[in-house]
Design a protein around this ligand. Structure first.
Ligand code: PDD
Length: 283
């Protein structure tokens, strides 16, 4: 497996970062996960725009030429890791770089960022996509800048561990009584034929897949309502689903042991799955 680290391509087990790296010491960096389908990077420009917003939000200096280089790096990783056919992902991480002494405030702006990219094969979980998942709710204990895709993921990691411990399929995070999102996906619910989801806000990540859902909904004439859904309301939804780059559109058939709708993936989730698949296969 070939990875890219700070200008060089090396094998995954040889690539190493400094112990002074601010990503390692402070979680001071951002990341993106991009879906690769038959060698094509799905919605790459949208991911790069979100990356730009993250870098700007954290004031990590990154030049236009550095940004441009990322695209050719990704193309090379796709070929070298034999992802021209089938499914894969590209993981991209940029940290504020290595700096001494360890001080919380940002180091000098000429500190070179650490840039790492890797590409891996990906196997969608077809079973849960077809049958839906039994989700749980957990308190959303994250900070107030969830709109930035930072590598500070401990609350997400803990939510995922809770899912695993309880053999669940999906997690809905709850802040002040309202469902924000999942630990690696956004949440949609259907009420009387209308799709509801949390509005763009510092409390959620505006997902690229979420935008694709908006597009498909518009094309199919399904109204979308941007509004927080309370924990109480969502239990009465006709359908609930999770959306994300490595989640696709995953129906939720129960929440905390209580059935959602008829307890099977609903027509809107299925329609959105088809629309997403079509776009991933043809764009
Ligand atoms: N997660 N919300 C959170 C908290 C996420 O971490 C993600 C993505 C999403 C969905 O965004 P998108 O549709 O752009 O993938 C929503 C990535 C895939 C991850 O952490 O692996």
């Amino acid at each position: 497996m070939l990875v890219y680290l700070n200008g060089e391509f090396t094998s995954r087990d040889k690539a190493a970062i400094s112990v002074n790296d601010r990503g390692f010491l402070f979680g001071d960096g951002i990341y993106e996960v991009i879906r690769v389908v038959n060698g094509r990077m799905f919605r790459l420009e949208a991911h790069l725009l979100r990356m730009d917003r993250g870098l700007k939000g954290l004031e990590i200096p990154f030049s236009a030429s550095q940004r441009k280089e990322l695209v050719s790096v990704m193309e090379k990783l796709v070929v070298e890791n034999k992802l021209q056919k089938g499914e894969g992902t590209i993981y991209l991480q940029i940290t504020r770089g290595a700096a001494l002494p360890r001080t919380h405030a940002y180091p000098s702006s000429d500190t070179p960022p650490t840039v790492m990219l890797m590409a891996s094969p990906f196997v969608p979980d077809t079973d849960i996509l077809e049958k839906g998942g039994h989700a749980i709710t957990v308190p959303d204990i994250r900070w107030s800048r969830c709109d930035l895709k930072t590598i500070n993921l401990l609350p997400n990691v803990m939510a995922a561990q809770e899912e695993k411990k309880r053999s669940a399929g999906g997690v809905l995070m709850v802040r002040d009584g309202y469902i924000t999102e999942g630990y690696k996906n956004n949440v949609f619910a259907v009420f009387d034929g209308t799709l509801w989801t949390y509005p763009d806000s510092p409390y959620i990540l505006s997902g690229i897949t979420r935008d694709v859902v908006f597009e498909i909904a518009k094309e199919k004439g399904v109204p979308v309502k941007l509004t927080p859904i309370s924990e109480k309301e969502i239990r009465k939804a006709d359908e609930v689903m999770l959306t994300g780059t490595i989640t696709d559109i995953q129906p939720v058939v129960s929440i905390d042991g209580r059935r959602i709708g008829v307890g099977r993936p609903g027509p809107i989730a299925k329609m959105l799955q088809k629309g997403l698949r079509h776009r991933m296969d043809t764009e």
